[in-house]
Write a new protein. Structure first.
Length: 552
């Protein structure tokens, strides 16, 4: 079916104009000329949102979102509660039910809005997934050329071998100009991101123009669909060594997921979204969406170089004071400036990395790494997990926010995100935990809990575990030096975690965190406090009722 006929059938679009399949350069030019909206809290809705730098079309685009949407609008994200999916979805505050009848009427109003405006829409056909066995054809349709350029950067194009494409295709209709009316449209606010699984479509409406919506919404879709194939969708990075020994690294923001997976001795599969299928591990994406705030260009040379690449997309980095963007070299931008948001970003192609695994795929992983950054300073630097321990820590998804990162936060704060990506997980956490456990058992994968946080005391008193020691612990795990038949262990009395007595390149005394504190009683008290947080999270989330066994 012709794409325009398909869009008329799916959304009722009849009087719109399409710009289909434009290349990156044409999308860049179109964004400069046409993308308009609000970029200041009290500003008008017709300011330019896309800008060129001194490099012009041969450099990056700089894009500014609506100031109320500098990250994913999780409180305005919904799934249509069709009867056939209602009991399968993990409903929660950041993925709430939307009434089917209300949704169908909303679709009609959005199409009337676009038809009446005779809107120009940019259409980009890509795929979610590099492996044709499970990849989903993904059609982006939207008012902003910027979003189409982002989709081009982030997703595979021209993938061969996908069968029955029209029967599998998902379509996103992204309409920033449609501001929802809560009294009419049934939305809590003036914006919405709504996933309709029955009809394989997504509506993005109003001030929801953060580019990550174009990416993470499809991740949520994959998280719903892949478990039905007994495949595991994962919020993780992945790489593979010269011995074809693949590893996957789960972790929340700030735990070191991207940094640790970017190992010059190993080929990168990807840095954020992956599937573990019968074929091994593979990337959902063809791009990277890196945080820019406080970027150290010496430590992250690939990202630094991508800042100046043609067609990359810099999001929400402020211009230099008194200097127009069109006169600014992208390398001059102040990446410490968080005046718009701390969530500044860069979208660039995966092949900007010089050491990518062929096809962004790898074999079945031999090592599973659960990353945490314990700012309480009490978890071991590394622990070996087995069976029920893996499932417990996977559904817990623990890390800690640091004092000072939020107003009024004076001590570390526990953060638990099931499966290390709760907002995107469309099924109950136990669904993913069981598939993970089954695949680990079948492929004899090891698992470690790797703590990149603090030792010798909490944040503000102790010191962060050095990247040198963290790398040594990870390398030891990857090559099997921490396997039970190669080293001795002791069990932590509070967390029931198995801690190695020794590891090459790491002082023995730091492997048991209690040894690093000057006051052992203070350590014990802090450890008990953190254990209680784990227990409370386990009980509050009802993980026991989902079949997960408590281990502490």
């Amino acid at each position: 079916m012709d794409f325009s006929a398909a869009l008329e059938n799916r959304f009722g679009l009849k009087k719109v104009f399409y710009k289909y399949g434009l290349d990156k350069r044409a999308l860049f030019q179109a964004a400069l000329e046409n993308d308009r909206g609000r970029i200041r809290p009290d500003g008008p809705d017709d300011e330019p949102k896309a800008h060129a730098t001194k490099l012009g079309l041969d450099g990056p685009m700089v894009y500014y979102t609506d100031p109320s949407c500098t990250g994913r609008p999780v409180q305005d994200t919904f799934g249509v509660a069709w009867p056939e999916v209602e009991d399968k979805i993990w409903w929660k505050d950041d993925f709430k039910k939307f009434d089917p009848d209300t949704f169908e009427k909303l679709v009609d109003r959005v199409s009337e809005h676009l038809n009446r405006r005779r809107a120009t829409l940019y259409v980009k056909d890509v795929y979610c997934g590099v492996n044709p066995e499970y990849a989903i054809p993904y059609r982006f349709v939207g008012e902003y050329a910027t979003h189409a350029l982002f989709a081009h950067n982030m997703f595979p194009k021209d993938l061969q071998g996908v069968t029955n494409e029209e029967d599998k295709r998902w379509t996103m209709l992204n309409v920033p100009s449609y501001h929802c009316d809560p009294d009419v449209d049934g939305t809590p606010s003036h914006r919405a991101v709504i996933i309709d699984i029955r009809h394989r479509r997504v509506l993005v409406l109003g001030r929801a123009d953060y580019c990550g919506v174009v990416k993470k919404t499809m991740f949520t879709v994959m998280n719903y669909m892949l478990p039905d194939l007994n495949d595991l969708s994962m919020h993780c990075s992945a790489n593979v060594g010269d011995a074809s020994d693949a590893a996957i690294l789960f972790g929340l923001s700030g735990t070191g997921k991207t940094t640790l997976s970017a190992d010059p001795a190993r080929k990168l599969v990807g840095d954020d979204e992956h599937a573990w299928t019968r074929d091994g591990v593979s990337n959902f994406e063809d791009g990277c969406y890196a945080k820019l705030i406080d970027l150290d260009k010496e430590d992250e040379p690939i990202i630094a170089a991508a800042l100046s690449m043609p067609g990359t997309l810099i999001e929400n980095v402020p211009p230099l004071p008194g200097k127009p963007l069109e006169e600014t070299d992208p390398q001059e931008l102040d990446l410490t400036d968080a005046s718009y948001t701390e969530n500044t970003r860069l979208s660039y192609p995966l092949n900007a990395n010089p050491n990518v695994a062929p096809g962004a795929q790898g074999p079945h992983p031999e090592t599973i790494v659960l990353l945490t950054a314990d700012a309480f300073g009490v978890l071991p630097p590394v622990s070996i997990l087995e069976g029920k321990e893996v499932m417990y820590h996977f559904v817990s998804g623990f890390t800690a926010k640091l004092a000072g990162t939020e107003v009024g936060l004076t001590r570390p704060k526990a953060a638990f995100s099931a499966c290390f990506g709760a907002p995107f997980m469309a099924r109950p956490p136990s669904v993913y935990a069981k598939i993970l456990a089954d695949k680990m058992s079948k492929h004899k994968a090891r698992c470690i809990l790797l703590n990149t946080g603090w030792s010798g005391g909490p944040y503000g008193e102790g010191k962060r575990i050095s990247i040198k020691h963290t790398r040594a612990l990870l390398d030891a795990a990857l090559c099997g030096d921490l396997d039970p038949d190669k080293t001795e262990y002791v069990t932590h009395p509070v967390f029931n975690l198995k801690m190695p007595k020794s590891c090459p390149g790491v002082p023995d005394e730091m492997l048991n965190p209690r040894n690093t504190w000057g006051d052992a009683n203070a350590y014990d008290e802090q450890a008990e406090t953190l254990r209680k947080m784990f227990q409370d999270n386990f009980d509050t989330k009802g993980f026991g009722e989902l079949g997960i066994e408590a281990i502490m």
